[in-house]
Design a protein around this ligand. Structure first.
Ligand SMILES: Nc1ncnc2c1ncn2[C@@H]1O[C@H](COP(=O)(O)OP(=O)(O)O)[C@@H](O)[C@H]1O
Ligand SMILES: [Mg+2]
Length: 211
């Protein structure tokens, strides 16, 4: 059986990843695909428990390497028990954040060396990478305003503007290195316009999966 296509959704806080994950899944299902929507950190019972530790605003700040290791611990669990089995069955997987978020947040944001992140990436994932990383790109001020309107801030959302500016640059740099694999959505547009952009991206992905 043909392996499923692995798509991650990336971007800063409030960019519209979660809002559009379900919409993208519905579109792909309308094209005959079996689709699993999941998220990181989390996606399984154990990994969601690690997510609680990572995001809880009630805990004191943790060492940056501890945060990095917890991210990859959660990712390993998620990959082994959910993502890899699904892809193996031919299911398409849409993941709301994946390893690009670790490069952006723990690398560009916290200042951990990108080489160290790459070592963990190789350890946990081997050669597995998302087939496509859809980047929802949005100016930091708009993203923060949207995230604030959504409710109580998690531990990352409590960070400052400079942190999120570094994250945006990180995502943009990674996207520029492989533009075919990193379609960029202008997330500042209205939800309807964002969905038009997303549909065009999804049509290309579906077409490429046939060949
Ligand atoms: N294009 C858009 N225009 C206006 N508001 C949006 C748009 N996309 C999402 N939102 C709203 O912004 C908030 C954050 O969206 P969300 O999908 O949770 O972002 P993310 O998952 O990327 O952090 C939600 O309240 C959502 O309804
Ligand atoms: Mg979200």
């Amino acid at each position: 059986m043909k392996r499923g296509v692995f798509i991650s959704l990336e971007g800063g806080e409030g960019a519209g990843k979660s809002t559009n994950a379900t919409w993208l899944a519905d579109y792909l299902r309308s094209q005959g695909k079996t689709v699993l929507v999941t998220r990181e950190p989390g996606g399984t019972e154990v990994a969601e428990a690690i997510r609680e530790v990572l995001l809880s605003p009630g805990l004191p700040g943790m060492n940056a390497d501890t945060e990095l290791l917890l991210m990859f611990a959660a990712r390993n669990e998620h990959l082994q028990s959910k993502i890899l089995p699904a892809l193996g069955q031919g299911t398409w997987v849409i993941c709301d954040r994946f390893t690009d978020a670790t490069y952006a947040y723990q690398g560009y944001g916290r200042g951990i060396s990108l080489a160290r992140i790459a070592e963990l990436e190789h350890w946990v994932q081997g050669n597995l990478r998302p087939d496509y990383v859809i980047l929802f790109d949005l100016d930091v001020a708009t993203g923060m305003a949207r995230a604030q309107a959504r409710g109580r801030a998690d531990r990352f959302e409590q960070e400052h503007v400079a942190f999120f500016e570094r994250i945006r640059v990180g995502y943009q740099e990674r996207a520029q290195q492989s533009p075919q694999r990193y379609p960029i959505i202008n997330a500042a547009q209205s939800l309807e316009q964002v969905r038009q952009q997303l549909q065009a991206v999804a049509e290309r992905i579906v077409a490429e999966a046939v060949t």
